[in-house]
Design a binder for this molecule. Structure first.
Ligand SMILES: Cc1ncc(COP(=O)(O)O)c(C=O)c1O
Length: 344
């Protein structure tokens, strides 16, 4: 498993640094929000209870937030469980993945012995009982799919008997995200499934919390594969509190989008920034070797994601998360140290 934010794999020296700046995983630095933080101490008194296995309150709050009916939502233990449930429920002959992509669509498929193929255009799909995975915004580039492109993908998928699975794990970072999200289309369609996550934008990665949206008939099938109490009481309650804190998170979104533009500009002297991103991360192609950049940043307590193992990326680069302005300044100073060390 190769992912950003893998704290347990960092060496003892790296982990022991109090002020480690982790830009390798793209979690919002503004979460958890104030309502979730206020709730946190009281949760310990309820730990002896089983979680609500129906996830009733959270489903209701999510339905209002997404603008869909409760029977078109299934709450999951992160988008990761959602990927797994989709594979187990549909048991496809083949999984097609638009690359570059999050590695777990292929990795989980292989665990179930499902054939995986990479794919670039709907016209390439041959008719079969297949699942088509793509992410909006994409990971690692952060590009958002236009509604016209989404319609083209859906048409291509239906014509070749595929089910389109759209991973919207990062969509709430995008300005006006409701305009780009396919959740309302998914709630009416038995050919489209949308996966969402509350771990990134709401800063709850440690709790594992996400959801699936599709036609109620599909949701019932997906729900049948879940194990009872798969989403903890703490995760459900923290997610409810977070979703009810939208003023705070609207401001977080504005700040992160401003910061992405500012950081991209500050990094220009040191390499090429992929400015197509609308999410809270972007690709960066440095004017020196990726190995050297990663090592030199690590010595200064900064971790970035090596993007060379994303299949389908043609240039060597790293993926960096956008955090607070003070974190950007620390990154830029670290870059200056590296490049003024005689390499510019
Ligand atoms: C594109 C994408 N989808 C899904 C996930 C998993 O999200 P979650 O933390 O909700 O399981 C990740 C995690 O990095 C991701 O990058």
């Amino acid at each position: 498993m190769i992912h950003g934010g893998d704290w347990a794999s960092f060496d003892a020296f790296t982990r022991s640094q109090q002020d480690l700046l982790d830009l390798s995983s793209s979690i919002s630095p503004y979460g958890p929000g104030p309502k979730a933080r206020a709730l946190w101490p009281s949760l310990v008194d309820r730990l002896h209870r089983y979680p609500d296995w129906r996830k009733g309150e959270l489903t209701q709050v999510l339905a209002e937030h997404l603008g869909v009916t409760t029977d078109s939502i299934l709450v999951t233990a992160g988008a990761m469980e959602a990927i797994d449930l989709v594979l187990r429920t549909f048991q496809p002959q083949r999984v097609s993945v638009e690359v570059p992509a999050f590695s777990e669509y292929a990795a989980r498929s292989l665990v179930y012995g499902i054939d995986v193929r990479t794919w670039h255009h709907p016209a390439e799909l041959r008719p079969e009982h297949g699942l088509l995975f793509l992410a909006n915004p994409g990971n690692p580039q952060g590009r958002v799919l236009q509604p016209r492109e989404c319609r083209q993908y859906l048409k291509g998928a239906s014509e070749s008997r595929h089910i389109l699975v759209v991973d919207e794990a990062f969509i709430e970072f995008v300005d006006s995200w409701r305009e780009w999200s396919l959740v309302r289309d998914a709630a009416k369609s038995d050919r489209l499934v949308v996966m969402g996550s509350l771990t990134k934008f709401y800063g709850l990665a440690g709790l594992r919390i996400g959801f699936l949206v599709s036609h109620p008939q599909i949701i019932r099938k997906l729900a049948a594969w879940t194990i009872p109490w798969h989403v903890s009481l703490v995760a459900q309650e923290m997610a409810c509190a977070s979703l009810q804190d939208q003023d705070y998170f609207d401001l977080a979104r504005i700040r992160l989008n401003q910061e992405r533009g500012r950081l991209a500009m500050l990094l220009r002297p040191f390499g090429r920034v992929d400015e197509s991103s609308r999410a809270n991360y972007f690709l960066f192609y440095p004017h020196l070797s990726v190995d050297e950049l990663i090592k030199s940043l690590q010595k200064q307590g900064i971790l970035v994601r090596d993007a060379r193992n994303f299949e389908g990326l043609t240039s060597s680069g790293v993926r960096m998360a956008v955090k607070k302005p003070k974190d950007s300044m620390r990154l830029v100073h670290a870059m200056e140290n590296i490049f003024q060390g005689g390499r510019l």
